[in-house]
Every structure is written in C-alpha cells, then in structure tokens.
Design a protein. Sequence first.
Length: 266
Amino acid sequence: MDRTLSVLLAVFAVVLVIFLVVFSLTVYMGITYRSTLASTYDYEVSITPDAPLGNVTLYLPIPARGTKVSLLAERIGSGELQGIPAGWNISLIGTEKFTMLEITAKEIDPGCGCAPLLLSVHAPSRSPIETRNPATGDLVIDTLARKEMVSCGGRVYGVPQEASCMAYRGRIYASGMAPENSRLTISITLLGKNSWDVFGPSSNEYRDGLHVTITGAPGGWYEGEGTLASGIGDYGLDFWVDWIGKLGIPSGGQEPGIQATGGQAA
C-alpha cells in the first residue's frame, strides 16, 4: 500500500510540474504576444499614364468595413496621405454606402514614363486585424462588390498555396482628356498585417488589390479585376492567445481578450 501511494504521489508530482510548465509557458506566450503585437494597414494608389492627361478627375474607393467610416478615411481626411504631387487636389466624397478618394488635377504628366505616381497612407490599428476572413470582418477595397472563391495560383505574387483568395469586379470613376491611343493604369492595394515577437518575429496578413486599365480619354465608371488574398502567415498562436485571453489575465498589450485574427480593427 505504501509503495502504491508513493508511486501515485510521484505521478501526481510529475503531472503537476508538467501542468505548471505548460501553464507558465502559455501565459508567457499570451502576454508576450499581446505586448509586442503591432497591427497596421497600408493603403496605396498607383497611377500610371503613358501620355499626358488633362482636366483629370478620379474617384477611387477607400477601404471600409460595411458602411462605417474607416480608419484609413480618417487618416486621409486629416492630411496624412503621402506622395501628393504639386497641383493635385485631394478630398473625400461619399454617400451612406461608401467613401471615395477624389483626385482632381489640371494635368497629369507621366514624364519619362518609367515609374507610377504613388499615393499612400499608413495607419496603425487600435486592435488586432482580422486577416483570415477580412471580407466579413475587416476593411476591404470594395464593400459592395460580389466576391467569389478562386484559386490563388497566379493571381497574387508571393501568396502561398494555403492562402484563401476571392475574386471580384471593382469600380472606379475617371474623366479627362487624353490621346485616343493612350493607356491609363490605376492600381489600388491594401495590406492588413499583425506582427509580434514570441520566440522570434512573426506575422500574418491579408492583401486586397484592384487593377483598372483605361484606353483613350477616360469618361465614366470603369470596372477592373480585384483579388482579396487572406490567411497569409503564422496562425500557430491563435489557440494559446485565445485561451489565455479567456482567463482574463491582463497583458499590457493592445486589448485583453482579443484573438490574433478575430479582432475588429478601429
């Protein structure tokens, strides 16, 4: 009997030590994840004409979630859009359904034609970004466009096979004067990314891109091909971060109790 009791106590002690090690490691992972977490959006507009354009007006979509005003629109409205050439006028216009970036210019000159004109804004998020399913939970370029699941192969450079891709047809407005044989390419891209450092730097992200090509003088609404690629990167900590968040242990990070990929961005 004494021998059996000793064996049971020894087994219990081993199990207790293992539990304490696993629990401590889990708490460390959760707290370190949240204290090092940085969630950011990067929005970029690329405008590439191959001939001079005159009296230009563009309406370009700003990523949003549903009908809510997005953090990116707030940043642009406060004058944080970078790369605006001299003579361009930038403003926000919209309805209850969406907000768009309005660009007007007397002339857009491609110069040597060797590089696109780039406008960009960087926006830190106050909470983790939904990178696994942004179409239903985070910012997307065109909230009204119908999206269909497609293979990622060949659609987005550098996206791994395990990523999820959705195709859609997005719209922009463009008007102006240009030669009949001219070509204007407009690309709008969005990157939503979570980065952290637990046993080394890691991250996960999603990418949304809309590309429109216009031949001749632009004068109306144009459709282009869009691709939303999500679930890119590391999701190995999701279970542990969610579990430690449910315990209610404060972390000193962004917001206690929010999963790595299930949070709502500001």
